[in-house]
Design a protein around this ligand. Structure first.
Ligand SMILES: [Zn+2]
Length: 271
C-alpha cells in the first residue's frame, strides 16, 4: 500500500509535468474507482490550469484555477504513469496537458479515489477535518503529542497510527521511529515521558524524510511517476527484521501483533 512517502514522491513527480500546465484533455475510462468519479470531473478539469500541487496525509492534491482541487488517494495499488506508451485496462483516468504530456492514474485493484473539492473548503472536507498535524513540518511537536496522549492508556504505537494524533504515519514508520527513540511500542501512551517525546518527534521527521529522499518505500504495486519501481533503497532498522540482530545491541529483534498489525522492536533497547 502506498504510504505517505510514496504519495509525497508521486506529488513531486507529477508537479514536474502539471504545475502551471493547462489540461487540454481529460478522460475517465470507467465510471469509478472505490467510488464513482465526480460527475463533473471532466468538465471542471478540461481547460483548467493547474495552479499547484500538494499533499495532506496520504492524499495528493492538484489545485486548479477553477477554485476546485482534485484530491486523489492511491488506495492499495494506485500509481500515476507518466507518458505511458499505451494505455492498459487499469489506466482509469488520463490527463493530457497542452504541452503534450500524458499522465494516467493506474489502479488495478481500484481501492483508490478521486474527488473534486472546493480549494477554500479543503480543511473542512470530511476526510481532512479531523486530521492531526503532518509528521513532517513544524506543527508536529513534542508538546502537541504530550497533549494528545495525556491520560491515554492505549499503547504508544497504536496512538501514533491514529490519524487524529499524527496524519498519515504508517506502520513501517511508527516502528522505525519508536526504535530510534528507544521507546517500547507497548507502553501506555500517557506514560511516555516528555523527554522521550522530545526524542521521538525528530525521529518521526527523520524516518519520513529519509523515505521521501529514497523515493518512497517499497511496495510491490508501487512505481514512481517516472515509471521506475519504488523499491526502498535503504534498509530498515526493525521493520520486517524479526529474528535478525538489533543494530545497536545485537539481541534478536522481536515481532508481535498489535491492533491487528505487526510490530517489530528490540526488547532490550526500547523501554
Ligand atoms: Zn537492541
Amino acid at each position: 500500500m502506498p504510504e505517505l512517502p510514496e504519495v509525497e514522491t508521486t506529488v513531486r513527480g507529477l508537479a514536474r509535468y502539471l504545475d502551471g500546465a493547462r489540461l487540454a484533455r481529460v478522460e475517465t475510462r470507467r465510471a469509478d474507482l472505490r467510488r464513482p468519479f465526480p460527475a463533473d470531473l471532466v468538465q471542471v478539469l478540461t481547460g483548467a490550469t493547474v495552479t499547484g500541487l500538494g499533499r495532506r496525509a496520504k492524499y495528493g492534491l492538484i489545485h486548479t484555477d477553477r477554485g476546485q482541487s482534485m484530491v486523489f488517494h492511491l488506495g492499495m495499488s494506485g500509481r500515476w504513469r507518466i507518458e505511458p506508451e499505451e494505455l492498459g485496462k487499469h489506466d482509469h483516468l488520463v490527463l493530457e496537458t497542452e504541452a503534450g504530456h500524458r499522465l494516467s492514474l493506474c489502479d488495478p485493484r481500484r481501492f483508490g479515489s478521486v474527488d473534486l473539492v472546493e480549494e477554500a473548503r479543503l480543511g473542512k472536507w470530511p476526510a481532512f477535518a479531523a486530521l492531526g498535524p503532518e509528521p513532517i513540518g513544524a506543527a508536529l511537536t513534542a508538546s502537541h503529542l504530550k497533549a494528545a496522549l495525556k491520560g491515554r492508556s492505549a499503547a504508544i504505537k497504536l496512538m501514533l497510527l491514529d490519524q487524529r494524533v499524527v496524519a498519515g504515519l504508517g506502520n513501517i514508520y511508527v516502528c522505525e521511529a519508536l526504535f530510534r527513540a528507544g521507546i517500547d511500542p507497548r507502553k501506555a501512551a500517557g506514560n511516555v515521558s516528555g523527554t522521550a517525546l522530545e526524542r521521538l518527534v525528530p525521529q518521526i521527521k527523520a524516518v519520513i524524510g529519509e523515505a521521501i529522499e529514497a523515493g518512497g518505500s517499497t511496495l510491490r504495486d508501487y512505481a514512481q511517476p517516472d515509471g521506475q519501481l519504488g523499491y526502498f533503497s535503504k534498509r530498515f532498522d526493525v521493520y520486517d527484521r524479526h529474528g535478525q540482530p538489533c543494530a545497536r545491541c545485537g539481541a534478536p529483534l522481536l515481532r508481535f501483533a498489535q491492533g491487528g498489525r505487526s510490530t517489530w522492536h528490540c526488547g532490550k533497547c526500547q523501554k
